[in-house]
Write a protein that binds this ligand. Sequence first.
Ligand code: URA
Length: 236
Amino acid sequence: MPSTCTRLDRFLIEKVRLKNKDVRLLLAQKRILLDGRHANGMNQTINKFTKIQIDENIIQNNKPCYIKLHKPKGVVSATKDANHKTVVDLLAPNEPTDLHIAGRLDFNSTGLILLTNDGQWSRKLSAPESNIEKRYSVTIDKPITQDVIDAFSRGIYFAFENTTTLPATLTMHDEYTAEVILKEGKYHQIKRMFGHFQIEVLTLHRFAIGSIVLDSHLAEGESRHLNPEEVSRAFS
Ligand code: URA
C-alpha cells in the first residue's frame, strides 16, 4: 500500500537540493535507481517507500510499518505527552520514529490502536467514505430504551460541530453492556452519543477496526506487527 506519490524530480530538487540540470544529467547517465531499477524520467512518480539510490548512495529507504497495540486505560493516544505515558512509549525501542496513530482512543478507553508510517493507508482507514466499521464494547450506567437504539441508527446531532453522526449500530447484550459500531471517529463520539440521553459510559473498549481484530492473546500494553495479509485486507 503506497503512501502519497510525488514526482522524482520534485523530490530530488526539493529534498536533496539537486539542480534541475543535475537531475537531467543523472537520469541520462542512468545513475538513479528506484527500487533497484534505472529511473526513466523526471516525472516518474515515487512515494515514501520507494528506495532511491544515486550510484551507491542510498537517498531514501523507508520501510512501511503497521502495528496493532492493545491500549490500556490511562495511556494517551499520542506520540508525545508531557505528563502521561503514550501509546508510542509502549512500543519496542527499535520501532520506526515516524509512526502516527490511525484512530485515537480516549485516555480511559482500552483496546485496539493501529500505528503506522503510511499516511495513505491510515487516511483511507479513517475516512468515513471508506465505510470501515470500528467496533466497541461498552458498559453504561443505565438500561436503555429502543428510542436510544433508533437514535443511534438515525444519527445524533452534535451542536459543537453542527453535524449529525453517521448511522451507527447499537446492540444491547444485556441491560448494561452493548456493542457499538461506528463508521467515523468524532471526538468522544460514543460518550457524547450516550450523553445525549444522560447515559454515562463506564467502560469503552475497541476490539476491531475493519477486518483487523484485537488478538485475544495480546495483553494490555502489548503490540505486534500486522502481517501483509492483515494490511492489504484491512479495507475488505
Ligand atoms: N468514542 C469515545 O467516546 N471514546 C473513544 O475512545 C472512542 C470512541
